[in-house]
Design a protein around this ligand. Structure first.
Ligand SMILES: C[S@@+](CC[C@H](N)C(=O)[O-])C[C@H]1O[C@@H](n2cnc3c(N)ncnc32)[C@H](O)[C@@H]1O
Length: 200
């Protein structure tokens, strides 16, 4: 499974919290699809940043559906939520102390039950062009679409559009611009990130 780590591109996730979270909090459930989640650091980082921005009671309504085509580490690493010190190194110390506890083996830490309960993992192939559900408030797809052909990128983003509720958000990595033919479907929320809101 591919390279990834905790708090990769924190700036984008902080912008999601700043611009999208206030409207997502208005709904009964805050449903997030993390498409191409690799070994789990990204969905758990989203969970941490959301939890930092809301109380325990509201956080119980957060459901992060994390998918990847490669399920080889789902049971052994992701569902246990156990990671090595090196993978966790970018998490600020005060935040780390709140959500991780030693796992027994030296240098390994387990993420808290509260965060693990917010994240579910499934195998899913984005190129099937079938969304896992169609009621997401936020879709996060970072460092995945660059591996696809231009035509496939357009088809996958059209699928994301279907999978979002009216006014829902899509965020991609900073270098992944929205293909111009899809501009009627989304408005860019801030110049500082590839963060879009469904409009069409
Ligand atoms: C570089 S990692 C990105 C991980 C994470 N999103 C991040 O930015 O740190 C790319 C991930 O996309 C997954 N992937 C590649 N093709 C896919 C497909 N067709 N459907 C779903 N996931 C796919 C890979 O298995 C890999 O875990």
């Amino acid at each position: 499974m591919a390279f990834t780590f905790f708090f990769r591109d924190t700036q984008t996730l902080e912008l999601v919290a700043q611009y999208a979270l206030p409207s997502l909090k208005q709904n009964r459930y805050i449903r997030v699809w993390d498409a191409g989640c690799a070994m789990g650091p990204e969905p758990y980082s989203i969970a941490i940043i959301f939890r930092e921005n809301m109380g325990h009671f509201l956080f119980r309504n957060v459901q992060i559906h994390a998918t990847d085509i490669d399920e080889s580490n789902f049971e052994s690493i992701i569902q246990r939520g156990v990671y090595s010190e090196q993978e966790l190194g970018r998490i600020p110390r005060d935040i780390f102390g709140k959500y991780f506890a030693p796992d027994g083996a030296p240098g390994y830490f387990q993420i808290s039950d509260e965060l693990r309960q917010a994240v579910r993992f499934y195998r899913h192939d984005l190129l099937s062009l079938q969304p896992i559900r169609e009621d997401f408030g936020l879709i996060v797809c970072k460092n995945v679409l660059l591996h696809f052909k231009a035509e496939q990128r357009v088809q996958v983003i059209q699928m994301f559009h279907r999978a979002l509720v009216e006014g829902g958000y899509l965020v991609m990595e900073q270098t992944q611009k929205l293909p111009s033919e899809l501009s009627p479907l989304f408005r860019q929320v801030t110049e500082a990130a590839q963060l879009y809101q469904k409009v069409g």
